[in-house]
Write a protein that binds this ligand. Sequence first.
Ligand code: FAD
Length: 289
Amino acid sequence: MKLSDIYKNKKNGVLSFEIFPPKKDDELKDIEPTLDILSELKPDYISVTFGAGGSSNNNKTIDLARKIKEVYHIEPVAHLTGLAYTKEEIDEFVKELEDAGIENILALRGDINPNAPSKGVFNYASELIAYLKPRTDLCIAAACYPEDHPESPDHISEMHNLKKKVDAGAEVLLSQLFFDNRHFYSFLEDARIAGIDVPITPGIMPAIRAAQIQRMVSTCGAILPVEFKKIIDKYGDNNEAMYDAGMAYAMSQIIELLTNGVDGIHLYTMNKPSVARTICDGIKNIINV
Ligand code: FAD
């Protein structure tokens, strides 16, 4: 089923998970225990990341998406980045997705990466979306950034650029992770004022290790609110305590977002089924209310 229909049919509480394919030399079957548990939790869809590095490992994105659909009967979304690819390479990827019966794609620019230089064809996600739209029936989703993309010169340009993606054909937006819901609400309001009227799903990543949090903050620029900094200061050196506190923090973010009627929750699972299970157990009586 197309993402646009999933969001149309389920007015609130669309639950999705994000996973990444196994590392280069690992087998696809290595992810089966994770999928076994994630599928029990009955998400509305699972999205599969794509290496921006132009690597052959990206075939695993398609293979994993196919497996999610055929074996687990859950709707997959395949991520695709455009920066390091030619039109022909993108055409090939899309054909493989279509041949595999996959109906949804998350079209991205990808990070600037010296190991996978830009081919100069798809400089922005909006260009990739505009290229894909007339060529495929795949439902196209795009990324959005409640605290603006780190390269963004200002918030107004960010909104204009986001609108370009929707005007080009993006039918759903999935957000970057954030730790302060106020950033999401303010972004959502600005997006609606800008005339962006597609579903916008907040992305939540439970922060369960202090080192992981520092990495995330430096790569995606998310701001840590004081309440969360205090948690890291107190529990960051104790893995078990940090896990409990990080999960509780993520849970309270999710419950607050659902209470405020967001379109859904996109959970960055980090391929850790225990994370998804704890969250799902905590919201099972809330998600569809
Ligand atoms: P764009 O929308 O093109 O935006 C990038 C920057 O360019 C922004 O600052 C934007 O304001 C600016 N911009 C856009 N259009 C223009 C224009 N016309 N003129 C001037 N400036 C412009 N990366 C991966 O490699 N693999 C993944 O699987 C992956 N999955 C992701 C999933 C989600 C939900 C999110 C939020 C991100 C994901 N990323 C992934 C990261 C993403 O590739 C990076 O954040 C990347 O730097 C930007 O991609 P984008 O599609 O948002 O780019």
